[in-house]
Each structure stands twice: as structure tokens, then as C-alpha cells.
Design a binder for this molecule. Structure first.
Ligand SMILES: Nc1ncnc2c1ncn2[C@@H]1O[C@H](COP(=O)(O)OP(=O)(O)OP(=O)(O)O)[C@@H](O)[C@H]1O
Ligand SMILES: [Zn+2]
Length: 477
């Protein structure tokens, strides 16, 4: 079956055909590491995690996913100047917090995660090409800035379907040294008062990169001159993505074949945002809701639809997850192990939904329908049939990143699957012994098992669907 994806440049659904058979290159713009992430910030990572899993498991493609880290920008510099903390210390602290949040939500690590400031050489090379080809110029006021000349590139505006003459210059754009107010900075000349550690040499003087140039340079380095999919949040379409494509193509690189953009998480109809004071940090949210429910919540909406966050949204997600998990635990109890081989024939309606621009609501409907059938099979004692259905539920939820049996949810770490599986098997064995002791009203043994697990850094939580374990947070290493 053909996967169809919505290309936000041509604004149409297109059959997805990889540039190289069997392989897919995806670049997504990562976060600027100026703060720990809120729910809105992680949406893009979840959306593209689902795409990646579907390409791999639904279409057998070999995916290279690049998600960069923008480790320096004006906001980071400003915060660093205010607090006195080095920019790279502040930036790295937030990079780690972001990686933790994404791991907690079951987002698979990207194939490569380049930091922008580690790619200055590649950026300067790209800029040199643009200057040689007549598409960029050093600022005429000697500031050391280098600008992209939008008038020299007739295709400018193609990503967002705008004509240059209809575009206004950004409100905060500084026209000094520019040929046209809409020209954008590839490079920012070093300014008085900025730390030396944020300036690098170029043929046009010392300075630091403009944001747009970073992604063009990193996408080229890790994915090559041409790659399949470029993604990010919808607010990045202009000017960021427009500028990325203009500078890459003007340098003679084919760049991306398709653009994909995810919508916002909103509260009261407004974008969730630190600056509006309506944001919820991931590590706060996951104190009250389990990470699997937060992941389900972010996954369940189509990536191009807004997600309006309201009180109760997470409770709905929690209930849906409990329903799936309840069936799987029941099936494990009555019908034995549920381990997909990867060769299962997934339900047609699941495949059709996912192939239709990642139609997750149809896909989740197929999951819940299979859960209903599985519960009926268990009620009727058809254990073999129930096990087949449970295996399908695991395979489908794995593709969506919401498989309740994935040991990553217990340990809070999806980075080492083998170690987690091994640990999970051992802990489950202890939990089964504890359940048996409790059934026999042998409280001394059941308490001893709990204490032994606690001493090993494992917390047990008893829930209506059975005992859950997790690594005790905040334990000194
Ligand atoms: N509410 C949201 N929903 C979806 N994506 C978001 C949301 N807020 C931010 N993003 C994404 O996160 C990235 C960084 O966003 P942005 O620069 O707006 O955030 P910020 O400057 O860190 O602060 P703020 O939270 O004030 O918006 C962008 O890719 C953007 O698409
Ligand atoms: Zn980018």
C-alpha cells in the first residue's frame, strides 16, 4: 500500500516515494535550549516519532532521523548575561532536561543529534558558496553581518506560497547594511559586550551564525545534498523554513523533497507558550499523570490538528491507556506471553489509516476495536484467539509509541532496550512471587520482596491492573 503524506509546500497529499529505494532521510528542527520543555515543545518530537516508527515498521524502510539542538541564540545569550552562567552551561543543562523529557515520553533517540555550534565550518563553507554565487553579501555598514540577498533568488517565498513584494520585513529587522529590508542574516558580526566564546572567524570577520543557516548546514552534513522529508512546528514555516530552503537551493543543493509541519498545543485557543504564562512543563505534568498517558494524549490527535489542552484531557488519555493495558495484562494472565514477531498481519483499517497521512485516530480506533474483540475472546475462554489479538494490539501500539507493555514505561528509559527487557523480566518475576505471597496472606514475604526491590532502587505501585514498577527517581547514583 502507498503511504500518502501532506506536503505543506504544495499543500496536497502526495504518494511518498523515497529518493533512494529502501532509505529515508528526515531532518527536524530541534529545540533551542533556553529552558526545559513544556507540553507544546515536545509535540513535534512525538509527531515525527510516529512517522519514523511507521516508515520503519509499516514500510520496512531504513530511516535516518536528524534532530538538531540549537545550543546558542539571542535568548540564550541574554539569559546567560543576566544570570552570569556560561551560555554553554545553561544550554547543556536544558539540552539534558529536554532529552530526559523526550525519553520519558517514549520518543526514540534520533539517529544523529548535532549541536549547531559544532558545525561552524560547514556553515562558513555554505556561506562562501552563496557569496560566490551572488546570493549573499557582507553587510554594507562593515558590521561583519552577512546577508542572503532575497531579490537574487526568484523562488524565494515558494515554501509558504508568498511573493517577495507581498512580504513585510520582520518588525525587529534592522535595515542597516542591507540591500533589501527582507534580506536575512546568514551570519551576525561580533558585537561589543558579547563573550568571546560566541564568536568564530570567517573571511568577513568574527561573529556567530544566524539560526537559519545552521539547519541547512547540518541537514547537508548528515543527510546529503538531497533528502526526503523536512519537518518542524507550523510556526517555523516562515521565516525559518523559507530561509533554509532558499539558502540551500541557491547554493545548488536540491534540499528536501517534502515539507511536513505539526500544529500547536493550545490552551484556551492560544498557543501554549512560556511567554504567555500558560505552559506546563513536562516534568511537572508527569508528576500527576503517568508518562504513557501524556504520550498517548500527544499521539492521539492528528499531527496537523491543534491539541487544545484542558483539565481532564489527561484523564481521558489515562482511561484509554488503562483500557488497553487492562486487556493486555488479562491476556498475559490467561493466555501467556504476547510477543510480536514483526511479521503479524496488521488490521487493514489500521494500515489504511496510517497510510493516509498518519491518521492516528483511525489507527487508535482499530486498536480499541481489537481490544474489545480480545476481551470478548477472553470472556469466552478462547485463549489462543485472545493471544493473537493481544499480539496485534502490542504491534499496533508499538508503532504509535504507546505500548503499555514496553518496559521503557517502567524504567523511564528507552535508551537501552535489551537491559530494560532483562530488568523487567527479573522484576516481574519478583512481583509474581509477591502476588503469590499476598494471595497466601504471607505478609512477611511480600513485605520482604518490596523492601528488597526498594533497596535496589525500584518503586512498586499497586494499581487496579496489577503492580507497576519504576526506577526510584532522584536516587543518588
Ligand atoms: N504550544 C506549542 N505547540 C506546538 N509546538 C510548539 C509550541 N510551543 C513551541 N513549540 C515548538 O517548539 C519550538 C520552539 O518554540 P518557540 O521558539 O516558540 O518556543 P520558545 O521560544 O521556547 O518559548 P515559548 O514557550 O514562549 O513559545 C518550535 O519548533 C515550536 O514549533
Ligand atoms: Zn531548522
Amino acid at each position: 500500500m502507498t503511504l500518502r503524506l501532506f506536503d505543506s509546500q504544495s499543500r496536497e497529499l502526495r504518494d511518498f516515494v523515497p529518493l533512494q529505494p529502501g532509505r529515508v532521510g528526515i531532518y527536524i528542527c530541534g529545540l533551542t535550549t533556553q529552558a526545559p520543555p513544556h507540553i507544546g515543545h515536545v509535540r513535534f518530537a512525538v509527531a515525527f516519532d510516529v512517522l519514523r516508527r511507521w516508515l520503519v515498521r509499516g514500510h520496512g524502510l531504513d530511516v535516518t532521523l536528524v534532530r538538531n539542538v540549537t545550543d546558542l541564540d539571542d535568548k540564550i545569550l541574554r539569559k546567560s548575561a543576566e544570570s552570569g552562567e556560561d551560555w554553554f552551561a545553561l544550554s547543556y543543562r536544558n539540552e539534558v532536561a529536554t532529552a530526559d523529557a523526550l525519553r520519558l515520553l517514549g520518543v526514540l533517540p534520533p539517529t544523529y543529534e548535532p549541536r549547531a555550534m559544532g558545525h561552524i565550518t560547514e556553515m562558513v563553507e555554505l556561506m562562501q558558496t552563496l557569496v560566490e554565487r551572488g546570493h549573499a553579501y557582507p553587510a554594507e555598514d562593515g558590521s561583519g553581518d552577512v546577508y542572503f540577498d532575497v531579490r537574487s533568488w526568484p523562488a524565494y517565498g515558494e515554501v509558504t506560497n508568498q511573493k517577495i513584494d507581498d512580504m513585510a520585513a520582520a518588525e525587529d529587522a534592522d535595515p542597516r547594511g542591507k540591500r533589501d529590508p527582507r534580506d536575512f542574516a546568514l551570519w551576525k558580526g561580533h558585537k561589543e559586550g558579547e563573550p568571546e566564546s560566541v564568536s568564530w572567524p570567517t573571511p568577513w570577520g568574527r561573529g556567530r551564525p544566524g539560526w537559519h543557516l545552521e539547519c541547512s548546514a547540518m541537514a547537508r552534513k548528515y543527510l546529503g545534498d538531497a533528502f526526503d522529508i523536512h519537518g518542524g512546528g507550523v510556526d517555523l514555516r516562515f521565516p525559518h523554513h523559507e530561509n533554509e530552503q532558499a539558502q540551500s537551493r541557491a547554493a545548488g543543493l536540491p534540499f528536501t523533497s517534502l515539507w511536513m509541519h505539526n500544529a500547536w498545543v493550545t490552551t484556551g485557543g492560544e498557543k501554549m507558550s512560556k511567554s504567555l504564562g500558560n505552559s506546563l512543563l513536562i516534568h511537572e505534568v508527569t508528576k500527576h499523570a503517568r508518562p504513557l498517558a501524556v504520550r498517548y494524549y500527544l499521539t492521539a490527535a492528528h499531527y496537523r490538528s491543534m491539541i487544545e489542552f484542558h483539565e481532564g484531557s489527561l484523564a481521558e488519555a489515562e482511561a484509554a491507556v488503562d483500557r488497553i493495558e487492562g486487556f493486555l495484562r488479562r491476556a498475559l494472565g490467561s493466555a501467556g506471553a504476547v510477543t510480536p514477531s514483526g511479521d503479524e498481519k496488521l488490521p487493514d483499517d489500521f494500515i489504511e489509516a496510517m497510510d493516509d497521512d498518519l491518521g492516528v485516530s483511525g489507527a487508535l480506533a482499530a486498536v480499541h476495536e481489537t481490544v474489545t474483540r480480545g476481551n470478548t475472546a477472553l470472556d469466552e475462554g478462547e485463549n489462543d484467539h485472545a493471544r493473537e489479538l493481544a499480539t496485534l494490539v502490542v504491534a499496533m501500539t508499538d508503532i504509535l509509541g504507546v505500548n503499555p507493555l514496553d518496559p521503557a514505561w517502567s524504567s523511564g528509559d528507552s535508551s537501552n532496550g535489551d537491559a530494560q527487557s532483562a530488568l523487567d523480566a527479573l522484576v516481574q518475576d519478583r512481583l509474581a512471587a509477591r502476588t503469590a505471597a499476598r494471595s497466601a496472606r504471607d505478609w512477611a514475604t511480600s513485605d520482604a520482596i518490596r523492601d528488597q526491590l526498594a533497596a535496589a532502587g525500584i518503586t512498586i505501585e499497586d494499581t487496579p491492573t496489577g503492580a507497576r514498577w519504576s526506577l526510584t527517581r532522584g536516587r543518588e547514583k
